[in-house]
Design a binder for this molecule. Structure first.
Ligand code: BT5
Length: 274
């Protein structure tokens, strides 16, 4: 076993009673629905939301058979090692503000991870959490809106905790990391889960009560490419310039060499210098 792999002493179910006992949250996590194995916590949370689940209910699983990323990509979800959770949110926000939920979650995740590691975690646009140049966590938000309001948002989070490099598929080994790899020791899933729910609770409350501005500043402080030159490929259009930050709607702002500002909603962004 290498220093980057970990023995399977965490091969036990999450102890949610412990999480509940320590949880200090106002709105989130009063209902924690646990599954040893599920297709995808996002799919289960959506089924529950459609059946009337309330704001703040959380679906959590020890493993996922069809964990997903964005655009149909796979989220590796081995059993007992990591956190896979999805929140049902019914925010008091207009549909145009739905992307702010994802940005808010990135801030809460980065703050939680940073407090455990004792050093900052970075956010890679749109919503990956990176430490030491490797992906530690991802967020998948799926919203159901009508013309005037958000009906619900499913906020899915995958956070690698005790995932050893040797357990990772080859495609991830050099691109992904886990809290245990970064700390050099096992990390309590219950402790991180509790702190993460509390951070989400705090940031979600802030977003609804005070708006997005404060969260935007914290997002931009952690933005991995802030001020750096990037290349953005938008279909057959190419934008080269400096990444400045994000707009309230979640678009990336890139200023090209002629001083023109572009709002990037989707596209591949590649940093041009280190
Ligand atoms: C994401 O997608 O990063 C969003 C991931 C959200 C996963 C959670 S788990 C709970 C909930 N239920 C679900 O079914 N999903 C959510 P994206 O930006 O598209 O990144 C996907 C890419 O990340 C993959 O193509 C891989 O390159 C990489 N990847 C896959 N599994 C990973 C892992 N465990 N750790 C780090 N990187 C991973």
């Amino acid at each position: 076993m290498s220093a980057n792999d970990f023995p399977p002493v965490t091969a036990r179910p999450l102890d949610l009673d412990r999480v509940r006992a320590d949880l200090r949250a106002r709105r989130l996590g009063f209902a924690l629905h646990y599954f040893a194995l599920i297709d995808s916590t996002n799919s289960e949370a959506r089924r529950r939301a459609e059946a009337g689940a309330g704001d703040g209910e959380i679906v959590i699983a020890d493993s996922q058979a069809q964990g997903r990323g964005r655009l149909g990509r796979v989220w590796e979800s081995p059993p007992f090692a990591n956190l896979y959770l999805s929140l049902v949110l019914r925010p008091n926000l207009a549909p145009a503000q739905a992307p702010q939920i994802t940005l808010m979650a990135a801030v809460a995740l980065a703050e939680t991870v940073g407090s455990f590691l004792g050093r900052p975690a970075a956010i890679k646009w749109p919503n990956d959490i990176f430490v030491d140049g490797k992906k530690l966590a991802g967020i998948l938000t799926e919203a159901a809106c009508n013309s005037t309001r958000i009906e619900y948002v499913i906020l899915g989070i995958g956070l690698n905790l005790n995932y050893g490099t040797e357990s990772m598929p080859d495609t991830l080994r050099h691109r992904a990391t886990s809290m245990a790899q970064l700390c050099g020791q096992f990390v309590s899933r219950e402790k991180v889960l509790g702190r993460l729910i509390q951070a989400l609770d705090r940031c979600y409350g802030e977003l609804e009560s005070f708006g997005f501005e404060g969260l935007r500043e914290r997002w931009e402080e952690r933005f991995i490419w802030r001020g750096r030159r990037v290349r953005v490929e938008l279909g057959d259009q190419l934008v080269v310039g400096r990444a400045l930050g994000i707009e309230a709607g979640g678009a990336l702002i890139v200023e090209d060499d002629d001083g023109r500002r572009h709002s990037i909603v989707a596209g591949d962004v590649i940093p041009l210098e280190t």
